[in-house]
Design a protein around this ligand. Structure first.
Ligand code: NAP
Length: 293
């Protein structure tokens, strides 16, 4: 039987409905409006479009958001000073600095200046460490989205063998840290594979749940998974452009081949992608809640 297609668009929409209610509740009970400040430097088209999507999502949920835009030649000191000012500003519960920053600005220095309690991207080393010990202020958005997709599609990772393909700091490692915790919605046996892994297919074939996060178009093929696997495909790879100039995107797994064998699989686009912005909104609401406790 062909796999169930896990729609990230649908799951994200239902989480946003819950968040809308939570925002209304925070406004009524605590008299505050969750606030998100975003800092963008330069006019990189990707950054412009990501920040605008985050700003639109905030507006739809009743979250106050403001984008501070600097020209490409802004100095590191200027951006640092702004982050420090935002750390002190009680109107903003979450702060996000859109990456990539221009080369003359040290991204780590900027990100490490954000107050960990306002670090809604979850990239600050304090949050990375807290995630590992199971006490996160915030979980990074895409990895948290992966966990929510599994839970809400009825494929809880508890007791399962999860194989994660990729060990980046923004996807592979945090997904590992989330899913291996002794907690509800986690408690999985986790294996992480990467370019140093020998005979990767022999490991991916053992996966009850396979998370693909390599940035390699269709690298996971049907012969590399077992019957009944659940595949969460984080990869987003542009493989061409349509005649109308639209980007053609594929994931890291061969969707067409695997869907005949899998129990469930996420599509690309429409799988993990819509979850990322939604989990950022969830973190902003959590930040407001935490800071007004
Ligand atoms: P990354 O930093 O390039 O890391 C890729 C990881 O995959 C590395 O650990 C690398 O191993 C491993 N890898 C690459 N090729 C491999 C192969 N042939 N066999 C085994 N392992 C391999 O990428 P990333 O930032 O984690 O992103 C991964 C994908 O997710 C990209 O397509 C990205 O666009 C997408 N993404 C999507 C979202 C979303 O919201 N949907 C968010 C973030 C990222 P080594 O460590 O050994 O080099």
């Amino acid at each position: 039987m062909p796999a169930e297609i896990i729609s990230g668009t649908k799951v994200a929409a239902s989480i946003r409905e819950e968040l809308k209610e939570k925002v209304t509740e925070i406004k009524a009970k605590k008299g505050i409006t969750p606030g998100l400040a975003m800092v963008r430097v330069g006019e990189d088209p990707g950054s412009v479009s990501y920040v605008s999507a985050k700003s639109k999502a905030s507006e739809q949920l009743g979250i106050h958001s403001q984008t501070i835009v600097y020209p490409i030649d802004a100095t590191e000191a200027e951006v640092l000073a702004k982050v420090e000012e935002l750390n002190r500003d009680p109107k903003f519960h979450g702060i996000l600095v859109q990456l990539p920053l221009p080369k003359h600005i040290d991204s780590d220095k900027i990100l490490n200046t954000i107050d960990p309690r306002k670090d809604v991207d979850g990239f600050h080393p304090v949050n990375v460490g807290r995630l590992l010990i199971g006490e996160p202020y915030f979980m990074p958005c895409t990895p948290h989205g992966v966990q929510e997709l599994l839970i809400r599609s009825g494929n809880s990772p508890e007791g399962k063998h999860v194989v994660i393909c990729g060990r980046s700091n923004i996807v592979g490692k945090p997904v590992m840290a989330i899913l291996m915790q002794k907690k509800k919605g986690a408690n999985a046996t986790v294996t992480v594979v990467h370019t140093g892994t020998k005979d990767m297919a022999s490991i991916t074939r053992q996966a009850d749940i396979l998370i693909a996060a390599m940035g390699r178009p269709k690298a996971i093929t049907a012969d590399m998974v077992k019957e009944g696997v659940v595949v969460i495909d984080v990869g987003v790879n542009q493989v061409g452009t349509t005649a109308e100039g639209k980007r053609i995107l594929v994931g890291d797994s061969d969707f067409e081949g695997i869907k005949e064998k899998a129990k469930a699989i996420t599509p690309v686009p429409g799988g993990v992608g819509p979850m990322t912005v939604t989990m950022l909104m969830a973190n902003t609401v959590r930040a407001a809640d935490m800071q007004s406790a």
